[in-house]
Structures are given as structure tokens and as C-alpha cells.
Design a protein around this ligand. Structure first.
Ligand code: SAH
Length: 213
């Protein structure tokens, strides 16, 4: 899987992509990440890509052409059937695990367009027929965090990234409540025990408990 990030702030991805499971997946070449900064495609002498919105209002809007050129560079001569273009927007369809599974199976390349400020000229979505995706019912300052969320969620669906396929929570009985040592935790004079059923070794009962929690 090759992820292509259209972003004004490529450096904001550094620490996340360098760490833990995702860092290792990049090192092992199971996923690839490339950056395209719209500023590099701007016609402006100062590489400006933000402009005032028509009809007025606060905030600046990212111009269409620099973003379209950056996407063109990312897409190149790739097979359009295996390439997905995502535009991040709080007004898009809510992202979920089902989509992560689908994207990981269906596509070899995913392009993420990360908006900033007041957003991106709406003609970008129109021209590229991009899929508008939201990561939740709140407004963020940019599409970079949403891109990290979707990349992370799609990556863990790719065979070999989490290790065994049973590592995927979706493929087994798992609980949102997990415990580790010690069996009895003492904190400020009070004792907190691990639920007995988890120590019982009775797998049918453990699965029943996990399904409940
Ligand atoms: N005025 C815009 C929001 C701009 S927020 C509007 O009302 O739609 C700046 C950028 O952050 C957006 O262009 C988008 O790329 C990203 N963004 C903010 N919140 C998001 C969310 N919940 N999901 C996905 N992208 C989001």
C-alpha cells in the first residue's frame, strides 16, 4: 500500500510515522508514504497557496490549481481503478473499520488531501471526484490528523503489519477492558482486583465476559 499525502505541513507526520507498529511497517516496506506540498506547485513567487474566499468571511481558502497539480504528481500513471483519492472534510461520510477493510483490499494507492484554514476550493473535489471523508463530528484545524487516523486504521488491516491475523480485534472475541500484572493493584490505600473470570482459564466463560465488556 502506498499512501500519498497532499499537505502543507509534511513535518507534522514525522514522529507518528517513525514510531511503533507503523514505523516498523514503513521500515519493512509493507507500506510506503510520500509527501507532496502544494506550495511546490504554486505559481506565486512566494509559493503562496491560500487566497481570500469569494463572498467574504474570515479565514483563507486553499486554491485549487496547486492542489490539483500535487495530486497529478502523486497519481502519475497509476491504475485509476486501484487508486483512491480522499478529501478530508468534517462534512464527509464518517470513516469506520468497514471502510478501512475495504480500502486495504481494493486499492494499492491512496491519496489524502489535507485541508487547512477555511478549507479547499470546492472545485478540487468536483474535478477529482474525490471521496469526502470525515473522522468525526468535530472540526479540526487541518486534515493531517485525519490522514494519520485513516492511514493507521487501513495499515493494521494489511496482512503482516500486526503480525498474526488474529491480532485484529475484528477477527476475534476482544474486550475494550484489558488487564495486566499485578493481579491486585494497590493505589492510595485501596485495592483493585483483576476480574476473577479472566484468571479462571475457562475460555468459554472468558469469551462470554469479553463479549459483555
Ligand atoms: N470550514 C470548513 C472546515 C475547515 S477545517 C468546513 O466547514 O467544512 C480545515 C480542514 O481540516 C478541512 O478542510 C479538513 O481537511 C480538515 N478537517 C477538519 N475537521 C475534520 C474532520 N472532522 N474530519 C476530516 N477532516 C477534517
Amino acid at each position: 500500500m502506498h499512501f500519498h499525502l497532499i499537505t502543507l505541513f509534511p513535518e507534522s507526520f514525522d514522529s507518528y510515522l517513525g514510531a511503533s507498529i507503523i514505523g516498523r511497517a514503513i521500515e519493512d516496506r509493507k507500506i510506503r508514504v510520500s509527501f507532496y506540498n502544494p506550495r511546490d506547485f504554486s505559481k506565486d513567487k512566494w509559493h503562496r497557496v491560500d487566497q481570500r474566499p469569494y463572498s467574504g468571511g474570515p479565514g483563507m481558502v486553499l486554491e485549487a490549481e496547486s492542489i490539483l497539480k500535487a495530486v497529478q504528481k502523486a497519481v502519475g500513471k497509476k491504475n485509476p481503478k486501484k487508486t483512491l483519492i480522499i478529501f478530508f472534510s468534517p462534512g464527509g461520510t464518517q470513516f469506520n473499520t468497514g471502510q478501512a477493510q475495504l480500502f486495504s483490499k481494493k486499492y494499492s494507492d491512496i491519496v489524502f488531501i489535507c485541508g487547512r484554514y477555511e478549507g479547499v476550493d470546492a472545485r478540487v473535489v468536483q474535478i477529482l471526484k474525490a471521496k469526502e471523508v470525515s473522522v468525526g463530528p468535530y472540526v479540526l484545524t487541518g486534515g493531517e490528523l485525519p490522514a494519520m487516523i485513516v492511514m493507521d486504521s487501513v495499515s493494521r488491516q494489511i496482512p503482516g503489519i500486526l503480525g498474526k491475523s488474529e491480532s485484529l480485534e475484528e477477527n476475534r472475541v476482544s474486550s475494550h477492558k484489558v488487564y495486566t500484572r499485578p493481579e491486585v493493584l494497590t493505589w492510595k490505600g485501596k485495592k483493585y482486583k483483576v476480574p476473577k473470570v479472566l484468571l479462571s482459564g475457562n475460555h468459554a466463560e472468558i469469551d462470554r465476559w469479553k463479549e459483555k465488556h
